[in-house]
Design a protein around this ligand. Structure first.
Ligand code: COA
Length: 162
């Protein structure tokens, strides 16, 4: 399958919502929750967001949403990229779409000087954990009973960026 990846715009909101609705494991945001990811400009340079969509033959099949956080710690300032949501249309899974999106998110993070990529996922989300593990992300922590409906721990995974 030939996959095209590009930044999402407001015009892509409808297919993004449809894919999210078919993916209960992904965060179920209100439509307005996507706005900060779809408008690439932000007045706060310490918090940038992006949404990318993956399509094949003009059909939008997957999306990913990520934030760039400027974290100040004792060692100084460090950018961290956080993957906030990702979902692939059920019929289009296991064809490399999420892998392609994650590579694109990593590139976006690296262009923004991020040193670290992190995300949290339900501990029972085996497909997502297998995907992230295959891409080199490793466990960094756990938030007990972080999710509701059903109640479940969050596993925090991460990977340093070059
Ligand atoms: C998790 C998800 C994003 C994976 O998307 P995908 O496009 O199917 O993933 P890829 O095709 O890039 O998979 C790459 C590798 O990840 C692993 N993987 C992906 N899905 C898997 C599954 N269901 N079971 C086991 N391993 C899986 C495999 O190693 C796979 O390689 P392979 O197909 O050669 O065996 C997709 O299943 C999905 O949208 N799930 C619902 C939403 C969700 O859970 N989002 C993540 C939390 S926010």
């Amino acid at each position: 399958m030939s996959i095209e990846i590009r930044p999402a715009t407001q015009a892509d909101l409808e297919p993004i919502l449809a894919i999210a609705a078919e993916s209960p494991e992904a965060p179920q945001w209100q439509p307005s929750g996507y706005n900060p990811y779809l408008s690439s400009q932000t007045s706060n340079p310490a918090l940038r967001r992006t949404a990318l969509i993956a399509s094949s033959q003009q059909k939008i099949l997957a999306f990913a949403a990520a934030s760039l956080l400027l974290i100040t710690d004792s060692a100084g300032h460090e950018n961290t990229c956080q993957l906030d949501s990702m979902a692939v249309q059920p019929e289009a899974r296991r064809q490399g779409l999420a892998t392609a999106l994650l590579h694109a998110i990593r590139n976006w993070a690296a262009q923004n000087n991020a040193r670290h990529l992190t995300l949290e996922v339900r501990s029972g989300n085996t497909p997502a954990i297998a995907l992230y593990h295959r891409l080199g992300l490793r466990p960094e922590g756990r938030r007990p009973r972080y999710y509701a409906h059903p109640e479940e721990d969050a596993v925090i995974l991460g990977i340093p960026l070059p």
